[in-house]
Design a protein around this ligand. Structure first.
Ligand code: S3P
Length: 173
């Protein structure tokens, strides 16, 4: 199986994915890290130098290469991955792929993202907390239609990492 973790920036995809993979004996792939290795460039630099359209193109290509070529993997996507090209359909239609949306509230995301803006090209320009709150709210609303198509939706607010992982292991493995 390939277990695909979906969710907004800072929803815990990479942290949960890494621990979960270890627990069930799967490989772990973080799509952003995979892209950075293959392109030999940080995601922030890809956005800056080559632009978002280029990033979305290669993000989709690498996603397809991973889901069609691997098994026994936990794959954490970037926050935007399900929302571009036909990526969400690929995730839903590929045999052996299960998807989980790690759902977090605006409040939780704001708390985590306000000190991490520099690493995130889409929010690095937002100067105030109000601006960031509004951006997250609108963005989450737009992206929800993709995220909510996942096979399973797990609310992560006020849950420990262990509790979330237990929930995933008991229903998916
Ligand atoms: C993005 C999220 C990032 C990264 C890129 C774009 C997005 O990944 O792929 O900066 O569109 O939400 P994380 O969700 O791992 O931060």
């Amino acid at each position: 199986m390939i277990l695909v973790l979906i969710g907004y920036m800072a929803s815990g995809k990479s942290t949960i994915g890494r621990i979960l993979a270890k627990k069930v004996g799967y490989d772990f792939i973080d799509l952003d890290d995979f892209i950075e290795e293959r392109e030999n460039m940080a995601v922030t630099d890809i956005f800056k130098i080559k632009g978002e359209i280029y990033f979305r193109k290669i993000e989709s290509q690498y996603l397809k290469a991973i889901v069609s070529g691997k098994s026994d993997v936990v794959l954490s996507l970037g926050g935007g991955t399900p929302c571009y090209h036909n990526n969400m359909n690929v995730i839903l239609d590929t045999e052996n792929v299960k998807s989980v949306y790690l759902k977090a509230s605006i409040k939780t995301l704001l708390y985590r993202l306000k000190n991490e803006k520099s690493k995130r090209p889409l929010i690095s320009h937002l100067k105030t907390e109000e601006g960031l709150t509004e951006f997250i709210g609108k963005h989450l609303f737009e992206r929800g239609q993709f995220y909510n198509q996942a096979n399973k939706v797990v609310s992560t607010d006020d849950k420990t990492e262990n509790k979330i992982i237990e929930e995933l292991v008991s229903t998916l493995f």
